[in-house]
Design a protein around this ligand. Structure first.
Ligand code: ATP
Ligand code: MG
Length: 581
């Protein structure tokens, strides 16, 4: 595997996507092979969708959109033990949130159980299937190996009548789980293990979320999938590379039941992203073991998690476009995903000031300096004085270049700045405040000069005393250059907020390869800070996204945020030296 990105997809001018699947579709259309392109996205409802599924969704729904076709959402629900209605509901929600629409209604493989059963009987009658009464262990042991052919089951050559009777008995609950299966009769010596008489029906005494207690036998995925595709008139059945070896059986099944215009399966490589794990089974384990707070924990690579994290559907779709579709296995750099998300936020999010690690600053000449604000301010400054609260309310646009309306920022005697903006021993090249560099501009208001720092017993700076230059509201001082601008929040008018910062859930590039993913969990994946935010941020609706000046992009948590107790999740940092080119 290598870190690769489809270079073509990076060229934004080259917007007609031209991967090998679209190429095939164009040829098929040119030859009038199909009236309409029909694809499908076929999740099994046994967990929540993840980043890998986003690729499949964008591909299947994207193709339908581009070629004026349709894409079905089909639940491949052949294994009732692991499946739940809750998963179905969330999958629908996730697909819609990503911006896609399925044709008419969602479909279910279980909706075809009657037809699949009839075809199983047809296969038996054709001599293409038989009931095997061996135990699961015997079936496994007699499959042979790569070098040795399998051994035929004692029932392989049973009569059609016997097989029909036994299959009927299976259906009527006369066999317990593991006592009988229906197998396709193909070739026990095939070099492809999937063709060595694969199991197509098994006994499972389980009720099903869609069909209730109607069935105690269920078709296997490999049998249900091609036939469901065929029933729906799917033209291009797109799946990941691990199904390549299953394609001969896919073709066998649709041919044996007699489709004239069978669907074709095409395989593309899975999406893998470094530091991330995309396996529903393992993600479920993280949820079940309480390692994360749920499927929608913002650290999860699930669509629900990414949504709660504040990722945008536009960003995720852009990411998939950039990754492209190939047959080459690769691991995509997570910074490409962050790049796409960041790009989607730049011109869509309002700005605001939030101090993540507050350091108190008392402005000792506040009253005196502010008393002259109106006569000394720059013409461009728009503000009002609020005598009752001793607050100067500064009106500022929500975004510097895009009209998103305005906000009022309160400036008061006591403010907070970030602890990182005052360093007792600044590193070389440090441009903010220190005992040597005492002046800086406060974003949107005056130039501030630190006159004293207050230390606690441990020698930490716990407060600054400072003055403001009353001639600098919206203007530079005339006699000197003041370098640097920092953000700040009023102590009395700002609102205490919980801000959550995230790191990777795992501290290795390929957590999927670890023997036990518990060993590679990052203990620092979540940091909760007691921050202070300006009122416009506190008053935001849950789910709205912002750029916190100098800090990054954040979203008001969809579940927990309120204007009294604001909660923000970090979406992505402001910039990264990463360039996708
Ligand atoms: P998991 O291994 O996480 O359970 P799955 O493949 O079993 O995933 P399904 O619900 O069967 O999950 O997947 C629905 C569709 O999504 C399938 O067509 C599958 O090929 C595709 N898909 C799953 N994971 C990825 C991935 N990482 N990249 C691209 N497509 C994927
Ligand atoms: Mg699967």
């Amino acid at each position: 595997m290598s870190n690769t990105v489809n270079k073509d997809a990076l060229d934004k001018d080259n917007h007609e996507k031209n991967d090998f699947i679209r190429h095939i579709i164009r040829e098929d259309l040119a030859q009038d092979k199909y009236e309409q392109i029909v694809t499908r996205f076929p999740p099994e409802p046994n967990g929540y969708l993840h980043l890998g599924h986003v690729k499949s969704i964008c591909l299947n729904f994207g193709i339908a959109k581009e070629f004026d076709g349709i894409c079905n959402l089909r639940f491949d629900d052949t294994n009732p033990t692991a499946e739940k209605q809750d998963y179905i509901d969330n999958i629908k929600n996730d697909v819609e949130w990503l911006g896609f629409k399925w044709a008419d209604k969602p479909y279910y493989a279980s909706g075809y159980f009657d037809q699949l059963y009839k075809w199983a009987i047809q296969l038996i009658e054709q001599g293409d299937a038989y009931v095997d009464l061996q135990t699961p262990e015997q079936i496994r042991e007699t499959r042979g190996s790569f070098n040795e052919p399998g051994t035929p089951s004692p029932q392989r050559d049973a009569s059609v009548e016997d097989n029909l009777q036994r299959f009927d008995d299976m259906k009527n609950g006369k066999y317990e789980e593991g006592e009988a299966v229906l197998r396709a009769k193909i070739d026990m010596a095939s070099p492809n293990m999937n063709m060595r008489d694969p199991v197509i029906y098994r006994v499972m005494k389980q009720s099903h979320h869609q069909t209730g207690d109607k069935w105690c036998i269920y078709p296997m995925y490999d049998y249900a999938h091609p036939l469901s595709d065929a029933i729906e008139g799917i033209t291009h059945s797109l799946c990941t590379l691990e199904f390549e070896d299953h394609r001969p059986f896919y073709d066998w099944a649709v041919e044996k039941v007699g489709f004239d215009l069978p669907p074709h399966q095409y395989e593309f490589s899975r999406l893998n992203v470094d530091y991330t794990m995309t396996s529903k089974r393992k993600l479920k384990q993280l949820v079940d073991e309480g390692i994360v707070t749920g499927w929608d924990d913002p650290r999860m690579p699930t669509i629900a998690g990414m949504r709660r994290r504040g990722y945008t559907p536009e960003g995720l779709r852009d990411f998939c476009d950039r990754v492209g579709v190939t047959k080459a296995d690769s691991v995509v750099d997570h910074r490409l995903l962050e790049f796409s998300i960041r790009q989607s936020l730049e011109n869509t999010t309002a700005r605001g000031m939030a101090v993540l690690k507050p350091l108190k600053v008392t402005i000792t000449n506040f009253d005196e300096a502010v008393s002259e604000w109106e006569s000394l301010k720059a013409d461009s400054v728009n503000a009002r004085w609020d005598e009752a609260n001793k607050t100067l309310w500064l009106t500022q646009p929500k975004h510097p270049n895009i009209d998103m309306g305005e906000r009022e920022i309160p400036f008061t005697e006591i403010i907070y700045i970030d602890q990182g903006d005052y360093e007792l021993e600044p590193p070389k090249g440090y441009k903010r405040l220190s005992p040597e560099k005492t002046e800086i501009r406060l974003r949107n208001t005056y130039v501030l000069a630190v006159t004293e720092h207050v230390l606690d017993d441990a020698g930490n700076v716990v407060e600054l005393k400072a003055t403001i230059d009353k001639t600098t509201l919206g203007k530079n001082p005339e006699d000197r250059k003041v370098k640097g601008v920092i953000h700040w929040v009023s102590a009395s008018q700002g609102v205490a907020a919980t801000v959550r910062l995230y790191q990777h859930l795992f501290n290795v590039e390929n957590p999927g390869a670890a023997d036990d993913f518990h060993d590679v969990l990052n203990p620092n994946s979540l940091t909760e800070l007691n921050a202070v935010v300006e009122p416009s941020l506190a008053n935001a609706e849950a789910g709205s996204r912002f750029q916190f000046e100098r800090e990054g992009y954040f979203v008001a948590d969809a579940e927990e945020h309120s204007s009294d107790k604001p909660v923000f999740n970090q979406i992505v940092s402001l910039r990264d030296n990463y360039k996708p080119e």
